[in-house]
Design a protein around this ligand. Sequence first.
Ligand SMILES: Cc1ncc(COP(=O)(O)O)c(C=O)c1O
Length: 306
Amino acid sequence: MGMESKYVWMNGELVDFEKATLHFLTPALHYGMALFEGIRSYKTDAGASIFRLQEHSERLIESAEIVGFRNLKWTPKDIYQGCIDVVKANGFGDCYIRPLLYLTDGGWNLNVDLGQGSLGIAAWEWNNYFGQDTLDKGIRANISSFTRHHVNVNMTKSKVAGNYNNSFLAKTESVRLGFDEAILLDPQGYVAECTGENIFVVNKGVIYTPATAPVLEGITRYSIAKIANDLGYEIKEQALSRDQLYKADEVFVCGTAAEVIGLCEIDFRTIGSGKSGPITSKIQKVFHEAIRGNDPRYASWCTPVK
Ligand SMILES: Cc1ncc(COP(=O)(O)O)c(C=O)c1O
């Protein structure tokens, strides 16, 4: 994956790619005290357009506040503008944008109040997370042997880097076992989410998804819920067991990186017809029109890069 670009936005300045470096003694690197966002820009007929930029900018600051940062010098407006500036400076259309707010200048005694929040924003050209052929074919998943965070152990509503050790454990195990993605259960044993996606189940025309308490409240999850409602589907939030996934008509996952992808198999059990199901495909189609700015109903989700 080529992650090169001409410029990276570092603390308010666009710097050359090679100069976007950190010192080894940056506390964020040692303790996982860094908050990030994953955002996508899409090439549209009207130029590059960033999807749900406002929501991502707000969530980053919220993530930092949840883990205890106070008196941050950055606002959602800085992140919003920084993302536009970095995409524009690099001349990108389709790209992935990665803002990171990270602990610097102190905090070695594990007190966030004694450090500072620094902010960087990189962008690179990154296409399909699971591969173009998975749009119809779907992906294969396993139920992880690792449990998702307990809500009083780590803060599940914060995209804090330290949380992603759990995703690394699950994803590495899943890929080594020959699957594409892992589904994690919450500490009570109910379905939580995947390593970087929220999950939906379709049964007899109704769409179900776990309640938000133990999972990251995905911005794509909310986009999908709106699209599904507009298509006339009811979405019910409720606890789901792993066997409800096994017997579902369709299962699909969504996230900024993965977009919308059906699951064709879970733990060696075929889901539905063994490929992306009809409701998944319908939602996927509208989502792809929305992100490219082709559906006026969702025009407010797209920020032009000007
Ligand atoms: C654990 C986890 N769940 C869900 C998601 C989906 O979130 P979003 O749709 O905001 O990208 C992500 C991706 O950021 C994630 O890391």
